[in-house]
Design a protein around this ligand. Structure first.
Ligand code: F6R
Length: 606
């Protein structure tokens, strides 16, 4: 959740640390800090965003070694004292830490009993003191960090800086860490995205590994064992650019990037002539696909909603049972895993701890799990080993938009591929592929003529709560629309399959209550119209998302039309006005659209 950046080399480090944090700010933005080694170690930290911390920096900070952190609070409130970096009692060690130290209470108690004064309420600070105590034994930074971590229980992405040594020691257990190798300079980050301006050559640290960085290179060893070879990977170029361009916010930019992102996702993966899919990263032969008894899709938030749509598309095309699961529940429910079944872990960041735990649970029980992931080389992608990269490009806004569309597209392509290994005819498959390939153009068409979005915003912005309804593939779209509005505009939203409304949520409706209804022209439309009538009868105001040329438009108080598309793929169109509604409502309410309160882009704690 939090972001880490560090550098050791010949260059002045302070500006680089601030820039690194800017690229990581979407990971957490309660408070920010940097530490620069310059004889002593100078620390600057402050509650707020990178710009707030930058405002307290002196004009020049000399030093060519440093570490930096942007925080999403877990232990201890959002205060300057709790912000990272944390310094040891003797000022010889400074650390930044992502993750949670579960036994921090007892570690802190033990430190206090040794006369050490703790300056923060965090679990992380204890590590700085413990490393300093160990360092006093043999003055060996690597061994000091290793001995300290052997007494810690929990998760860490840890960087330690030493007053008397020109090295950074880094450790990983359950919190992502990636190292960057430049020419005569070395970097560390919690996210490859912050490394791309500096180097494309990276080393992914695995759980249980520790590394010593100096300006000449990286030495990796195991916490409980010997040295290991460093495998340098080249980052993909496409990941490099994530600037705002002419857009005012990343969320808007990413909404507009959906057509191109979808083209990237689908390109070269479908054969229109034969009606076959070519998702090679899955590494499953058609004969194996034929035998799969069922599919399970696991994810959180927006990824889960994409998975819920994928489930319906797979079941419809391949006539194969498919089910989606909330990742944070999965492992704890002790699921029965069939080794013949296929599991998909779906995640934009590839770092979501709940989803990663589900992956490990499936693997532990002998199951096959494939990633449907955006960030190349991320933990979930590497843990799964096989899967489908969704190729959305960098998603910087905390609220996910273009990754959702590409997740739906990736699962739809898989649905076609597995359906073809079964009973789907070539003709039908070609129909699906053509429909999928048309979608980017249709989204572009919609973006040029968005309909009365601002009228919808007016109807929603002062609402006490908003109900979102849809049926079939539109039920998860309703859930996604509700999630978007809730997370960026802080309006309480409830999403229900339209038929469930009369079983409870209808009690909320009173004169003027806004209800957003997604009703493409599919086989459940007539049933959705009944729900619309039930809402209207209670005085609700209907904001209707429907397909162009459909008479249903008369059913809405505010009707927003999207281009007509194949029924199974309608979510890729109907979600776009919902994303725009959330974006513009948040703007009208003065919310920080790209960095909503309390959230973080990558949720690496369970
Ligand atoms: C919604 C949102 C979150 C994420 C969820 C999963 O806009 O950003 O709900 O979708 O935390 O994240 P990933 O896809 O990175 O696993």
């Amino acid at each position: 959740m939090c972001g880490i950046f560090g550098y050791i080399g010949p260059k002045q480090v302070s500006n680089m640390l601030v820039e690194g944090l800017r690229r990581l700010e979407y990971r957490g933005y309660d408070s920010t800090g940097i530490a620069v080694k310059n004889g002593n170690i100078s620390i600057f930290k402050k509650v707020g965003k990178v710009a707030d911390m930058e405002s307290i920096l002196p004009r020049a900070i000399h030093g060519t070694v440093g570490i930096a952190h942007t925080r999403w609070a877990t232990h201890g409130g959002v205060t300057d004292e709790n912000a990272h970096p944390h310094e040891s009692f003797d000022s010889k060690v400074v650390i930044v830490h992502n993750g949670i130290i579960e036994n921090s209470r007892s570690l802190r108690k033990h430190l206090v009993s040794q006369g050490i004064e703790l300056n923060s309420e965090t679990d992380s600070e204890a590590l700085a003191h413990m490393i300093a105590i160990e360092l006093n034994q043999d003055n060996n930074p690597l061994e000091a960090v290793k001995r300290c971590l052997k007494s810690a229980i929990g998760t860490w992405g840890l960087c330690a800086l030493f007053k008397e040594h020109d090295v950074i020691v880094v450790a990983r257990n359950g919190s992502p860490i990636v190292l960057g190798q430049g020419d005569g300079e070395t970097f560390v980050s919690s996210d490859p995205h912050a490394l791309t301006p500096h180097t494309q050559r990276v080393v992914y640290l695995d759980d249980g590994q520790v590394a010593v960085l100096d300006s000449n290179g990286i030495e990796v060893s195991r916490l409980h064992g010997g040295q290991i070879d460093t495998n340098v990977t080249l980052l993909e170029n496409e990941w490099g650019v994530a600037d705002l361009g002419d857009y005012s916010h990343f969320m808007l930019k990413e909404i507009y990037e959906q057509p191109e992102a979808l083209r990237q996702c689908v390109r070269g993966r479908m054969d229109l002539a034969t009606g076959n899919g070519r998702l090679r990263g899955l590494k499953i032969k058609p004969a194996e696909l034929r035998k799969v008894p069922h599919i399970r899709i696991i994810g959180c938030g927006t990824a889960l909603h994409a998975g819920m749509i994928g489930q319906l598309v797979i079941e419809k095309m391949a006539r194969l049972p498919a089910v989606s699961h909330v990742a944070s529940e999965f492992r704890h429910n002790d699921p029965v895993i069939d080794p013949e079944a296929l599991h998909f872990a779906i995640s934009q960041s590839g770092e979501t701890a709940d989803t990663l735990s589900a992956v490990k649970e499936i693997q532990l029980k002998g199951g096959q799990v494939h990633g449907v992931v955006n960030v190349v080389g991320s933990t979930i992608a590497r843990q799964c080993g096989t899967g489908v990269y969704i190729h959305s490009g960098p998603e910087q806004a905390v609220a996910s938009t273009k990754a959702f569309s590409n997740m739906v597209a990736a699962l739809s392509m898989f649905a076609i591929q597995i359906a073809r290994s079964r009973d789907l005819t070539k003709e039908k498959a070609i129909e699906y592929i053509s429909a999928l390939e048309e979608i980017p153009d249709l989204i572009e068409q919609y973006l040029q003529d968005q309909g009365p979005i601002m009228e919808a915003v007016d109807a929603l912005k002062d609402a006490k709560s908003v109900l979102f309804l849809g049926r079939g593939v539109s039920a998860p779209v309703a859930a996604e629309g509700a999630l978007k509005l809730m997370e960026v505009a802080y309006i309480p939203c409830l999403a229900y399959p339209a038929g469930e409304m009369k079983h409870g949520p209808i009690a909320l409706l009173e004169k003027g209550s806004p209800v957003v209804i997604i009703a493409p022209d599919d086989h459940v439309k007539q049933k959705t119209i009944s729900a619309i009538h039930e809402c209207r009868a209670r005085g609700a105001k209907i904001i209707l998302i429907h397909e162009q040329g459909d008479d249903i438009s008369q059913e809405g108080d505010i009707s927003i039309a999207v281009p007509k598309v194949h029924n199974l793929f309608s979510p890729l169109l109907t979600v776009v006005p919902l994303q725009l509604i959330a974006y513009h409502t948040a703007l009208q309410l003065g919310c920080d659209v790209d960095r909503p309160r309390n959230l973080a882009k990558s949720v690496t704690v369970e």
